[in-house]
Design a protein around this ligand. Structure first.
Ligand code: ZN
Length: 194
């Protein structure tokens, strides 16, 4: 298969870097193959890589996690941040073979009901034949994060929230969870949860 794009971040010998190869898996569907670690340190590369494919017009994306060694909530959060945009354009980001920590994050944050997870490339590809139900992308905006030091919680799309360093972010699956930890809605994104 022809490689459409490559992205990477190398690290010292002791730490696994991040390598992303993007292929055309089927007409107008790309396979975004992620190897290595997606964490606070490599999250920006991952986020920008995903964003640049979307900017190029790819809205049907299969995030192939088969060779992924680690993905924490920073990586899952980056996917969520792009999900609404691609779904509104009739596309989706579907996960293939998500395992380990990434799968645990999805489970613990209750994201299973709006992320689409597959165990085979063929199934992921054929899943694009059906549109994603609208309620799934409406619901996906109810995901929040805050700075561990700040008083406000934000949605994934808040310009003000974007300034918070990834390593300082704590995440919540609901407003209730955010409030329970003592955070208040952000004045910019907090009204109506947007
Ligand atoms: Zn905000």
């Amino acid at each position: 298969m022809e490689v459409l794009a490559r992205f990477h971040k190398s690290r010292s010998a002791q730490r696994v870097g991040l390598h992303i190869n993007v292929y055309e898996a089927a007409p107008s569907i790309c396979s975004f193959e992620v190897a290595g670690d997606v964490d606070a340190d490599t999250r920006d590369v991952f986020d920008n890589a995903l964003g640049s494919m979307i900017d190029e017009g790819w809205t049907r994306i299969i995030l192939d996690a088969t060779k992924l060694s680690f993905m924490n909530s920073d990586g899952i959060g980056a996917v969520i941040a792009h999900l609404k945009q691609v779904r509104e354009r009739g596309g989706d980001i579907k996960f293939l073979n998500l395992h380990g920590k990434g799968a645990t994050v999805v489970e613990v944050l209750g994201l299973k009901k709006f992320l689409q997870l597959y165990a085979s490339m063929d199934k992921a590809i054929s899943a694009f034949e059906k549109p994603v139900p609208e309620e799934l992308y409406k619901e996906v905006q109810w995901l929040f994060f805050a700075s561990n030091r700040g008083k406000f919680y934000h949605t994934e799309w808040c310009a003000r929230g974007k300034r918070i360093k990834y390593r300082n972010r704590i995440r919540f699956a609901s407003k209730e969870d955010a409030r329970k930890s003592g955070k208040k809605p952000c004045p910019k994104c907090g009204r109506g949860g947007r």
